[in-house]
Ligand binder design. Structure first.
Ligand SMILES: [Zn+2]
Ligand SMILES: [Zn+2]
Length: 221
């Protein structure tokens, strides 16, 4: 099993927390072989998580935003030590910018090799409940997809360069949706499909699972 850790900052509202839990329930079906661990929720297994608020303190708000690049860099120092084979997502209510790609704002960002990502609710807060839930789920599976190496190979068929490598296949959740308008438009194309990822991104995922299993085996030898 590949653990997917969901970390929630204090800036996440109660209603958003409920949505995260709802979206988390479908993850094992979307990413077979994954096991979701929500920080602060009761669980069969004991595990340690980073002190999120302590990390956030080191990344102060600037012009109403926190730098996702710096956040991920600090988080990974903890996550590498706690569970390097795990996939880590931090949710927060604060708006984000991404200094590494010189983006003045972003919904979220993921570091493929380091298996960490941060996601913000700030840009979704004016939407209807249904839209908010779609945006959350879609961003969640997109960022997990990045961390699982989906559409990461620039030489793969269907991969295009658009703020980092992304899939160009219609209906695939690894397409780049850089604006709220594009993100909401993806709903009509992606919802109701048998698979929200294209066959090539699926194949990328299977390779990732295999690689992770090998990595874990080596770790326990
Ligand atoms: Zn992306
Ligand atoms: Zn794809």
């Amino acid at each position: 099993m590949i653990p997917v850790y969901l970390l929630l900052a204090e800036s996440v509202l109660e209603e958003e927390r409920e949505m995260i839990l709802r979206a988390a329930r479908e993850l094992p079906a979307v990413f077979p072989g994954c096991e979701v661990r929500v920080a602060g929720q009761r669980s069969r297994v004991r595990y340690a998580v980073p002190d999120v608020e302590a990390v956030l303190e080191k990344v102060p708000m600037e012009d109403g935003k926190r730098d996702a690049s710096l956040l991920m860099r600090l988080l990974v120092a903890d996550t590498r030590r706690l569970d390097p084979a795990g996939i880590w997502l931090l949710f927060l209510g604060d708006d984000l910018r991404l200094s590494s790609l010189r983006l003045s704002w972003c919904f979220g960002a993921a570091s493929t090799g380091k298996r960490v990502s941060v996601q913000s609710f700030a840009r979704f807060r004016g939407l209807t409940e249904e839209e908010r839930f779609f945006c959350l789920r879609r961003t969640l599976r997109h960022e997990i997809g990045h961390m699982c190496g989906m559409a990461a190979d620039r030489n793969r068929a269907g991969v295009v360069e658009d703020h980092g490598p992304h899939c160009s296949r219609p209906g695939c959740s690894m397409r780049q949706t850089g604006t709220l308008e594009k993100l909401l438009a993806a709903r009509a194309q992606e919802e109701g499909r048998e698979d929200c990822f294209c066959p090539d991104c699926r194949a990328d995922y299977r390779r990732f699972v295999k690689k992770t299993e090998e990595m874990k085996k080596k770790g326990t030898e």
